[in-house]
Structure formats: C-alpha cells, structure tokens
Design a protein around this ligand. Structure first.
Ligand code: GRF
Length: 213
C-alpha cells in the first residue's frame, strides 16, 4: 500500500546530484511536509563520490548510488547508459537535476522527453546557457550590474537551459553582494522554494497521464 491509499499510483522521482545537495534536501523536506504529494523520491544518483548529497539521501533512507565518468573510463556513452539502466530499473517517471554538473546528451534527453527538470540560479534568459554554472552565474549577474536576479525551474531539452519554463522567482541584489552571498540568497529565497513546487506541478501532471491509462 502506498501513501494516500490502496494502489494509489504515484510518480517515481529520481534526483541527480553532484554536490552539497541543499536542493535535494529541500525536495526531501517538501515530500515530508506534503508540498510534494503526487510523487515520491525513490532514487538519488550522484556523479561525484564525495557529494554530501549522498549522505543526505542515506540519512533520509532513500536508495542512492554513485556512477562516475571515470568509473566508465571517461566513456560518456557508457556513463549515460549506466545512469539510464539504473533510472529505468527504479521505474523512474520524473528526473530532477538538482545541482547535477554534467550536460546530458540528446539521446538521454530523448529517452526521458518532457520528464527531466532542472533548477538554474538566474532568471532565464539572463545568465544561462553554456558556461553559466555555479558561482559563474552570480559573478556574471554582479558584473552586469542587474538589480534583480533569481532562479528558474525548467524542462530540459537539447539547448542548455533552453527548455520550457515551469516556475521563476526573483531575488533582490544588495549593495556589497559577493557571488557567494548572492548564491546563498538565491538558494534560500528562490531555489529551495520553486524546485519542490515545480516538482509537484510536474508530478501532478504526469500522474494525470498515468491514471488515464
Ligand atoms: C545550485 O545553485 C543550483 O542552482 C546549481 O548548483 C547549486 C547546487 O547546490 N545548479 P546544491 O548541491 O543543491 O546544494
């Protein structure tokens, strides 16, 4: 029996991570508090053995695994094949990229068309695309002198940060901000809120599709 009643269908979520996993933690907390109710995190996969996100998954009792490119002798195709096998084995319906620092190939994206979402720490279409990741995004925003930045959750397609936008939230830039300070504020005020909300929106939509079958 699953939560919500007998035989209630639910969306199987897999979260892909590479680092600290604060976005993963926001998703775990949101499932616990009921913000995410149409889906459940069934798997956490990391491409970095030292990612603290793996400890967060362990602490939450969520099955987790690490698959690195170097384990695959640097062969990107093999790396993605192993990821896909693991994801399919877990019956994954929705993939959430939460600080996952590896660009996925067109084949991978096609395999999970409209079932991969990502959080990006700016208001797309500003400061996004090739080369804009991590602190670089916030450095670019400060360098440009914008007064407002934020975060975006979007579907993943073949264009880096180019898929359909699901949610955005603006965050003010303060005088004296450093990239590090800004990164923390954007996470706290935007990413940790809109990623769980978007996860629920997409899970609910996918669930409708599942129940119609
Ligand atoms: C976040 O800023 C996310 O937007 C970016 O990488 C960071 C990941 O942080 N892509 P965490 O691993 O979720 O703590």
């Amino acid at each position: 029996m699953t939560k919500g009643g007998k035989n209630k269908k639910i969306i199987n979520i897999a979260v892909l991570v590479s680092g600290g996993g604060t976005n993963l933690q926001a998703l775990i907390d949101a499932e616990r508090s009921g913000i995410i109710k149409s889906g459940s995190i069934k798997l956490v996969l990391s491409n970095n053995r030292n990612a603290y996100a793996l400890t967060r998954a362990e602490n939450a009792g969520i099955p987790h695994d690490c698959i690195t490119k170097s384990d695959c002798g640097g062969d990107v195709k093999l790396f993605e094949k192993r990821l896909m096998d693991r994801l399919d084995e877990a019956g994954t319906d929705l993939i959430i990229l939460a600080g996952f620092m590896s660009i996925l190939s067109a084949d991978f994206i096609e395999h999970y068309r409209d079932r991969i979402i990502n959080v990006h720490p700016s208001l797309i279409p500003s400061f996004c695309g090739q080369g804009f990741y991590g602190l670089k995004v916030h450095e670019a925003a400060l360098e440009y002198g914008v007064k407002v930045t934020g975060a975006t959750v979007h579907f993943v397609n073949e264009i880096p940060d180019g898929g359909r936008i699901i949610l955005q939230k603006a965050v003010k830039i303060h005088d004296g901000d450093t990239p590090e300070k800004l990164q923390k504020r954007v996470m706290k005020q935007a990413e940790w809120k809109i990623l769980p909300e978007a996860a629920e929106i997409v899970s609910a939509e996918l669930l409708k599709g599942k129940e119609d079958h």
